[in-house]
Design a protein around this ligand. Structure first.
Ligand code: G5P
Ligand code: MG
Length: 226
């Protein structure tokens, strides 16, 4: 049996920077379990759960949901994961959330996607999402095989309510004021790795090479201690 240490990673970046798109590639190549706070919240809204009904207006207006609610939700779900590791997408988004995560788990790395706001605004207006799975498409970049339908299930795709131009502007503002300080939190801990660019296909080989190096060194040290 090959023993591997559990890897814990976070992916950060402004709304529309490609966190979901990049996460799909990372979990395919490295076998981590993906957990997206936005996907979990949207699934609750779709299923009309009590939490979903409470959070819908917050999300539709491009505001963050309260720290204590999202931290409790995500940390509870993380404690249930029993796999070779996880990749968190969309959490933490405030310093208070980062501190809550820090008290519960130690992180191996934080991948930060640094994509210009102008690029993001153009992308989000042409995004289509399969809400139950969180799979995302883009009319220009990665269109579905059949227009309007999810490639895997054949179910209809929708445009997210929070992708309206005025809401995108509000989400970017909240990113600047509430989420950018989290980058400093992780920089000071020495785990932040930033990747800059305007195209996911060009950023991906750098992320992939970085993670190969990171995972090899973590497992080398782990085996040396056994
Ligand atoms: P989410 O769901 O976490 P955001 O705002 O962080 O939402 P979002 O919008 O999901 O992030 P993303 O995952 O970074 O964006 O980007 P993506 O979906 O992969 O790519 C965006 C589009 O660009 C897609 O159509 C994709 O196909 C396309 N694309 C990717 N790469 C390229 C490229 O190279 N070229 C081109 N042309 N296109 C490309 O959070 C939603 C809301 O939930 C609440 C908040 O209200 C938040 O606003 N929430 C939280 N609130 C408090 N605390 C938390 N921790 C919260 N988490 C969620
Ligand atoms: Mg996303």
């Amino acid at each position: 049996m090959v023993l591997q240490r559990v890897i814990r990673a976070v992916i950060m970046g402004p709304p529309g920077s490609g966190k979901g798109t990049m996460s799909a590639r990372i979990i395919k190549s490295f076998g981590l379990q993906h957990m997206s706070s936005g996907d979990i919240l949207r699934a609750n809204i779709q299923d009309k759960t009590e939490l979903g009904l409470l959070m819908k207006s917050c999300i539709d207006q491009g505001q963050l949901v309260p720290d204590d609610i999202i931290s409790r939700l995500i940390l509870n779900d993380l404690r249930k994961i029993n796999s070779s590791g996880w990749l968190l997408d969309g959490f933490p988004r405030t310093v208070s959330q980062a501190e809550a995560l820090d008290h519960a788990f130690s992180l191996d790395t934080v991948i930060n996607l640094n994509v210009p706001f102008q690029t993001i605004k153009e992308r989000l207006t042409s995004r289509w999402t399969h809400i139950p799975s969180g799979r995302v498409y883009n009319i220009d970049f990665n269109p579905p095989k059949v227009p309007g339908l999810d490639d895997v299930t054949g179910e209809p795709l929708v445009q997210r309510d929070d992708d309206r131009p005025e809401t995108v502007t509000r989400r970017l503002k909240s990113y600047e004021t509430q989420t950018e300080p989290v980058l400093e939190f992780y920089r000071s801990k020495g785990v932040l790795e930033t990747f800059t660019g305007t195209e996911t296909n060009k950023i991906w080989p750098h992320v992939e090479a970085f993670l190969h190096r990171k995972f090899s060194s973590i497992n080398f040290l782990f085996k040396a201690k056994l």
